[in-house]
Design a protein around this ligand. Structure first.
Ligand SMILES: Nc1nc2c(ncn2[C@@H]2O[C@H](COP(=O)(O)OP(=O)(O)OP(=O)(O)O)[C@@H](O)[C@H]2O)c(=O)[nH]1
Ligand SMILES: [Mg+2]
Length: 353
């Protein structure tokens, strides 16, 4: 117990985590903050509740037990001033470390939109489904009072999880909390778990996010990744050799072309997927990489095509022809893919000079 609490406070030392509370208007973001702070809506310092979409200022509040945990009460989307068009820029959506997406009632299109926006920024979120007290109360009015609560919780939880996964989130990253934000319900349903998960997980999640942002684009990491891809080039090369042995005119050319293109796209994606991280580091010249890299790759492609024009189609139908075609394709694909990887790696490393 001692160790856990030490570890827990170590995690928070010097860490500030900025958490954005976002979601449709009326989903309970402001009341959630008041309840965390132990305040009622009319207490001094409380967040304004029932603003019905008119809230335009982003309020900032610190967690009472952990001042490093900063909540940003964003204006609601859906009614009032904010539609999707101007929302992200207005609330500086990119700048937060973590997101609590609030929802009520059914899972709305806006909820899925928030999930996607957070995911696009390679950040993490918890989905907080509020008003669970009302859902249970209305179910109880209509049916068997004993098992109603459990089945209502299961139904709501399953629905939220399924919808979040439809929006492109892995099950392991889908965290749903069913709560009521009323002060008297602070100890009920998932409220205590949400509070403790925020205190325990957020510094770790912040460290992961920062690690992704700064470690990957360094030259040493690029070289390691590129070496890994080089070590696996033989798979594509082997496949191209086998397919080139099939005695159908022009098949080797078509196979070579598409296989090589596909591989090059894979290399580019795996080495450049950290574009967002680069931007955070101020490396905004990735367009130079695109232009220079594509130019150099094109010239390699021209050489490849030249080779196929002189390749021995006339003797292709003989056993010797098939073997020769397979061998040439094997050597050429290997050559092209190695060159392509080197070019992509070179162009990326230039960005650090
Ligand atoms: N019963 C119940 N009422 C809730 C719950 N959460 C919020 N409310 C009520 O819903 C209304 C809106 O809550 P707010 O906290 O102002 O909602 P908001 O998300 O901040 O809304 P905007 O500021 O417009 O984006 C208030 O009347 C709250 O008392 C809940 O879990 N249960
Ligand atoms: Mg509010």
């Amino acid at each position: 117990m001692e160790t856990t609490s030490t570890e827990y406070s170590n995690q928070w030392s010097n860490t500030e985590v900025n958490v954005a509370l976002c979601g449709i208007s009326g989903s309970g973001k402001s009341q959630f903050i008041n309840t965390i702070l132990g305040l009622r809506a009319d207490d001094p310092g409380a967040a304004p509740v029932d603003s019905f979409g008119s809230q335009s200022i982003t309020g900032q509040y610190r967690h009472p037990e952990q001042p490093g945990l900063i909540f940003w009460d964003l204006p609601g989307i859906g009614t009032g001033k904010f539609g999707r068009d101007n929302y992200l820029e207005t609330v500086n959506f990119d700048t937060y470390d973590f997101y609590l997406i609030f929802g009520r009632g059914r899972f709305y299109e806006e909820d899925a939109w928030f999930v996607k926006q957070v995911n696009l920024r390679r950040k993490r979120f918890f989905y907080v489904r509020t008003h669970i007290d009302q859902d249970i109360a209305s179910k109880k009015r209509g049916g068997d009072k004993t098992s109603v609560e459990e089945s209502c919780l299961d139904t709501v939880r399953n629905d939220c999880e399924t919808q979040i996964q439809h929006a492109g989130i892995k099950a392991a990253h889908t965290k749903v909390y069913l709560i009521s934000t009323r002060l008297q319900d602070k100890d009920k349903w998932d409220f205590p778990k949400l509070n403790s998960d925020m205190l325990q997980l957020l510094p770790r999640i912040k460290k992961e996010t920062v690690a992704v942002a700064i470690s990957v684009p360094y030259p040493s990491a690029i070289r390691v990744k590129s070496q890994y891809l080089l070590d696996n080039v033989w798979r594509a090369v082997f496949l191209s050799g086998i397919l080139a042995a099939v005695p159908v005119p022009l098949l080797p050319l078509v196979v070579e072309y598409f296989l090589t293109l596909r591989q090059i796209r894979t290399y580019t994606n795996s080495l450049t997927q950290m574009e967002l991280s680069w931007r955070r580091l101020g490396l905004t010249s990735s367009w130079k990489f695109q232009v220079a890299g594509v130019g150099r790759l094109l010239s390699e492609f021209l050489k490849l095509n030249l080779y196929f024009m002189v390749s021995p189609y006339c003797i292709h139908v003989t056993v010797f022809g098939c073997a020769l075609s397979a061998f040439l394709s094997y050597r050429m694909t290997g050559f092209i893919l190695h060159r392509a990887l080197k070019i992509i790696e070179d162009e990326m490393l230039k960005m650090f000079k």
